[in-house]
Design a protein around this ligand. Structure first.
Ligand SMILES: [Ca+2]
Ligand SMILES: [Ca+2]
Length: 466
């Protein structure tokens, strides 16, 4: 690892700016159960992954090298009225040969500053000095490294079959019997009440979503790729995003594959992680803003990292101001450490349980934990082509990544059934109607409990308080 980059990270850690992000995911089911997968860079044979853009390749290379930030890249918040040109022409910054581009049209004042090709060689060994020069620049409010986001792989836990509840909406999807999560969360009784508003948009902020999947294609919006700053989000060489999309909202009762929590809502695929599962804070923040600005009322983020970032915080604030509910994974390190954006104020943080309603051993815990949902051996969609997932079309993996889109799907159903509720009220309603687990009442491991779809949709908002 570049020593200067390491110094940047540890220095900003003291000012609680530092972070690497880690998507909170998964491992495989079946004969290889118990063997953690290292999917970053472990490309499957016959993988149809398209050649990567220079930006994605640079991020992947940095991630593979163990760097915590993309070399030569900084996210800068300009002071009100200041321009990027003004910042670039000031003192020490001028000699850095940086190029600037707006992070997103909506987040006024944020720019991504990047070393130009001919300035790169010098800058890579001087990222700490470059950051310092930016931070002391009179046009700059603050600057932080462009941290790296990547996938994380907890170990496996076995699942047990669970009986279906009688007398409710039972979908005909052939793999539904293996989706134990819906029995635990009383989805069938919930679906008899509400299956989602077809105009409601649920964003999957992840590795993209396979646009050709028979259980997803018909409900996918075009979406966007913030890794490469281009349309669309309908491509997923990794598979993680396609799996999360199926959990939240696979096309249900269509005689194909699996059922999703919110059968009728639309999915907005926002690709913020590359096909290798790596991304940067710039792409995550831009993805959150894109989702909110394109009508997403639920934003599902199965990713996270150990430190906070002002740019991601501001993106979250922007999405909250647009009325979106943001839902993020607690993380898979099995300890009480914070993961962001899950620990950012206003974000609904989700832990993972198993088929016996035990806390998944990888699920992180803490006072910011809102609820839990099944996240161990979760069957859902995989891409229709080879990817980093253990299988094609459908398969099971585990992680707080898998619990998160279940809660996102429920949030979409609650917003459809009770459109008068704002985002904070939707969160409170889901918490109040969850099934208490572990120590009586709220506890840091299960939050308010494991979600219950039937209770959430059959209980009048405000009727139950915790
Ligand atoms: Ca289906
Ligand atoms: Ca409890």
């Amino acid at each position: 690892m570049n020593q200067n980059v390491r110094r940047v990270i540890s220095a900003v850690a003291l000012t609680s700016l530092a972070a690497t992000m880690v998507a909170c995911q998964n491992q495989q089911l079946g004969p290889a159960a118990g063997v953690p997968r290292t999917n970053v860079g472990a490309n499957s044979v016959n993988n149809t992954r398209a050649p990567q853009s220079a930006n994605a390749a640079a991020i992947d290379q940095a991630a593979r090298s163990g760097l915590q930030a993309v070399p030569g890249e900084f996210i800068v918040k300009l002071k009100p009225g200041a321009t990027a040109q003004a910042a670039l022409s000031q003192g020490n910054v001028r000699s850095l040969n940086l190029q600037a581009k707006p992070l997103s049209s909506a987040q006024s004042g944020f720019v991504l500053m990047k070393a130009s090709a001919n300035g790169m060689g010098a800058l890579r060994t001087n990222d700490a000095q470059a950051l310092q020069a930016l931070q002391s620049n009179p046009a700059v409010l603050y600057a932080e490294p462009n941290y790296i986001v990547k996938l994380n792989l907890p170990a496996n836990v076995k699942q047990a079959p669970v009986q279906a509840a009688p007398g409710s909406f039972k979908p005909n999807d052939p793999m539904y019997a293996q989706q134990y999560a819906h029995q635990k969360t009383a989805s069938e009784a919930g679906w008899a009440i509400e299956q989602g508003n077809k105009d409601l948009i649920l964003a999957i902020v992840d590795t993209g979503v396979d646009g050709k999947h028979p259980d997803l294609a018909a409900k996918l919006l075009p979406g966007y790729n913030t890794v490469d700053d281009k349309p669309s989000g309908q491509s997923d060489g990794n598979g993680h995003g396609t799996h999360c999309a199926g959990i939240a909202s696979a096309i249900t009762n269509n005689g194909v594959g699996v059922a999703g929590y919110a059968p009728n809502v639309k999915i907005l695929p926002v690709k913020v992680l590359s096909d290798s599962g790596s991304g940067s804070y710039a792409s995550v923040a831009a993805g959150i803003v894109y989702a909110a600005d394109n009508g997403a009322k639920v934003i599902s983020m199965s990713l996270g990292g150990p430190s906070n970032s002002k740019v991601v915080e501001e993106a979250v604030k922007h999405a909250l101001s647009k009325g979106a509910i943001l839902i993020a994974a607690m993380g898979n390190d099995g300890n009480g450490s914070k993961s962001y954006p899950a620990a950012i104020a206003g974000v609904m943080a989700v832990g993972a349980t198993d088929s016996a309603d035990k806390l998944a051993r990888f699920s992180q815990y803490g006072t910011w934990n809102s609820v839990t949902a099944p996240g161990v051996d979760i069957l859902s969609s995989f891409p229709t082509h080879a990817s980093d997932m253990p299988g094609v079309n459908y398969g099971s993996i585990s992680g707080t990544s898998m619990a998160t889109p279940a809660v996102a799907g429920l949030a979409a159903l609650v917003r459809s059934k009770f459109p008068q509720l704002n985002a904070a009220q939707v969160k409170t309603h889901i918490e109040a109607t969850s099934d208490d687990l572990g120590d009586p009442g709220y506890d840091i491991r299960f939050g308010f409990g494991r979600i219950n779809v039937a209770k959430a949709l059959s209980t009048a908002p405000g009727a139950v308080r915790r």
